[in-house]
Design a protein around this ligand. Structure first.
Ligand code: G3I
Length: 373
């Protein structure tokens, strides 16, 4: 384990007080009363956000600005989630489509919605090879470095005080653990990741700074490479605070059995870990079991601070045919929803074929006692 360094100073921005207080009050009341709650009936106030908050975690979702006019979307979002990530609106191509010309309108819509609801806001993402405007890809090394610094300064400066954690660098590795040959890698060299984190720290000293990637949820060549990166950054005193595990799962790439051990080895480096883009292809009990496993993996690691699913409803998922989310296309709760609530609150989940909930919550809301054995 690496000891805490002077850079080990950022903790998650405090969750908005209203939501946290309500969630903790609910959890406390349930615990003392030994409540047996039925999701979707009398105690329907239990939500993803309140269930996660009862365990000191946030529960977030990716949001698309152009869905914020849809009533069912917004009511589900507002009721259930305590954190928001802009699905596309804070990416480089959205915010700075031509050099020096920033357009914050859609990002601001999401930021304002999150603030109006007392939700946390994750920033996604500053340095990424994809959704990168053409003008960036045509720059020489020195110009690319200064354009990157300017982008980070402008974007993080604009949202300073509103963002709990930024995905500073996204998806920098190939599956075999080598560096992805992005324009940043090719023109700036291996040091570009450390440079980006230092620029980000200067632009917003209060936001948590994360490295974010997919297919790093198990121990494999790619996660080993990210682990070595984070260990090296920490050893050099580079200000990195967290690692995001995207967690896009499907039948060929299911939730790994060693997820929590892998999260723990990263946490032992002195960073928080977050599940940042969770979605799981499938349906019914097999999907529900995997969702439950993800929550259990996070709860097993004290530095796993929260979970974000990559969308509110299957209808608008980036992979809609996989039906990977917690609400179906009609905003009905799926068995996976019940499984997530149960994993946070220590209950057993179930939803019959008619869609009626049959969750029961145990007296003590301590899932570690029963679910992690
Ligand atoms: O905005 C245009 C719209 O004007 C146009 O009419 C339409 C036509 O197809 O395209 C729209 O842009 C799309 C954009 O999503 C907004 O809907 C792009 O084509 C589409 O490629 C883009 O997909 C996004 C994808 O990132 C791009 O890489 C997904 O919504 C988004 O969920 C996905 O998110 C990524 C994370 O950022 C990083 N990790 C993987 C994850 C899933 O791919």
């Amino acid at each position: 384990m690496i000891s805490e360094s002077p850079h080990e100073r950022k903790h998650p921005r405090r969750r908005p007080l209203v939501r946290t207080a309500l969630a903790l009050a609910l959890a406390g009341a349930m615990a003392t009363a030994g409540v047996v709650a039925l999701s979707g009936t009398a105690s329907a106030q239990t939500t993803l956000g309140s269930a996660a908050a009862s365990q000191g975690r946030y529960f977030g979702t990716a949001v698309a600005a152009n869905r914020l006019g849809e009533q069912d979307y917004v009511s589900t979002l507002n009721r259930e989630f305590s954190s928001v990530t802009a699905e596309n609106e804070m990416k480089w191509d959205a915010l700075e489509p031509s050099q020096g010309a920033f357009n914050f309108a859609n990002g601001d819509r999401i930021a304002q919605h999150a603030a109006s609801q007392g939700m946390e806001l994750r920033g996604h993402t500053l340095v990424w090879h994809s959704q990168l405007p053409g003008w960036v890809q045509n720059l020489s090394g020195d110009s690319l470095r200064s354009a990157t610094e300017n982008h980070i300064n402008e974007v993080m400066g604009h949202y300073r005080g509103q963002i709990s954690a930024w995905d500073v660098v996204n998806e920098a590795f190939e599956e075999n653990g080598t560096r992805r040959q992005s324009v940043f890698q090719q023109r700036l060299g291996d040091g570009y990741i450390a440079e980006a984190f230092r620029m980000a720290d200067a632009a917003d000293p209060d936001a948590q700074l994360c490295y974010n990637d997919y297919n790093i949820e198990s121990v494999n060549a790619k996660s080993n490479a990210v682990y070595d990166l984070v260990r090296g950054l920490k050893a050099e005193g580079v200000p990195i605070d967290c690692v995001g595990f995207q967690s896009h799962f499907n039948s060929g790439n299911p939730m790994p059995g060693n997820f929590h051990e892998n999260l723990q080895r990263f946490a032992d480096l002195g960073v928080d870990v977050q599940i940042t883009e969770l979605d799981i292809a499938g349906s019914g009990s097999s999907q529900a079991e995997q969702y439950q496993g993800v929550v259990q993996a996070c709860l097993a690691v004290s530095r796993c601070t929260g979970i974000t699913v990559w969308g509110v409803t299957d209808k608008y998922s980036w992979r809609p045919n996989d039906t990977p989310l917690l609400f179906d296309g009609s905003y009905q709760k799926k068995p996976a929803y019940d499984a997530v609530i149960a994993a946070f609150t220590g209950g057993l989940s179930g939803r019959d074929s008619a869609g009626a909930a049959s969750i029961s919550f145990r007296e003590a809301i301590r899932p570690e006692d029963t679910l992690l054995t």
